[in-house]
Design a protein around this ligand. Structure first.
Ligand SMILES: NC(=O)c1ccc[n+]([C@@H]2O[C@H](COP(=O)([O-])OP(=O)(O)OC[C@H]3O[C@@H](n4cnc5c(N)ncnc54)[C@H](OP(=O)(O)O)[C@@H]3O)[C@@H](O)[C@H]2O)c1
Length: 223
């Protein structure tokens, strides 16, 4: 009898890091379920600005076990905002809805699908945060993005505590400075390099290392 392929669900798999993770995990034998805001091209629709989005997606997939949930979708709207008169409140609301609330609602919706079934090993949750989440590294600027990624890191750390007894491990990751629409083409590494490194991190994630904050290439990140 051949073993069943593990299943990964990746939010924001239409382009950039999410698309590269989807490609990498598919090559490793995962069945990949990817999402984009509009869906299509083999991707399921999930707009994290819709608070009902994650629950509706989970309902449509009910009965499927998820072995790896990658919360990757993200927005960075405040790159060029001015401290004097920028950072409007609507921008805070939109960016937090996707980068923070969206992560929480996705995890919450898919928890039943991640819990251990016949064996004692539950699924894993990978939250793609950023080095910009760190408060020890504080070069200034990008207040909304930094605060949202810090919040996503905090969510991941506390979920790791709550879900350990359920057998679900949670890792939080800095994917590197990556050549994508968000990172820009002058960034340091390709999406493929980032995805390969991240997939190694996901494989190494366990209940012993749950709550870790690591870089794509396996270094512990300062909080
Ligand atoms: N690139 C970097 O250097 C870098 C560095 C640190 C952290 N990160 C983080 O890595 C993750 C991926 O970044 P990336 O560089 O690949 O970004 P990207 O190229 O801009 O892609 C963003 C992805 O998120 C999805 N998304 C955007 N708004 C969404 C919404 N409202 N609901 C659901 N999905 C939405 C997009 O889907 P659509 O195509 O449908 O819009 C797309 O798939 C993000 O969380 C980002 O913050 C990136």
């Amino acid at each position: 009898m051949t073993a069943k392929s593990p299943t990964a669900l990746i939010t924001g798999a239409s382009r950039g890091i999410g698309a590269a993770i989807a490609q990498e995990l598919t090559a490793q034998g995962y069945e990949v379920i990817g999402t984009s805001t509009k869906g299509g091209n083999g991707l399921l629709p999930l707009d994290l600005l819709d608070p009902n989005g994650p629950a509706a997606l989970a309902k449509s997939l009910s009965g499927r076990t998820i072995d790896l949930l990658v919360c990757n979708a993200g927005l960075y709207l405040d790159k060029d905002q001015s401290l004097a008169d920028g950072y409007p409140s609507e921008m805070w609301a939109t960016e937090f809805a996707v980068n923070v609330t969206g992560v929480f609602l996705t995890v919450q919706a898919f928890l039943p699908a991640l819990k251990p079934t016949h064996d004692k090993t539950g699924g894993k949750i990978a939250i793609i945060s950023s080095q910009m989440a760190s408060h020890t590294r504080a070069p200034g600027g990008s207040y909304i993005y930094r605060a949202s990624k810090a919040a996503a890191l905090n969510l991941g750390r506390n979920l790791a505590t709550d879900l350990k007894s359920e057998g679900v491990a949670v890792g939080i990751y800095h994917p590197g400075w990556v050549q994508t629409d968000m990172g820009g083409m002058e960034a340091e590494i390709s999406a493929e390099q980032s995805a390969k490194g991240l997939s190694d991190r996901f494989a190494a994630l366990s209940l012993t290392t749950t709550g870790c904050f690591e870089t794509w290439d396996g270094r512990a990140h300062a909080y």
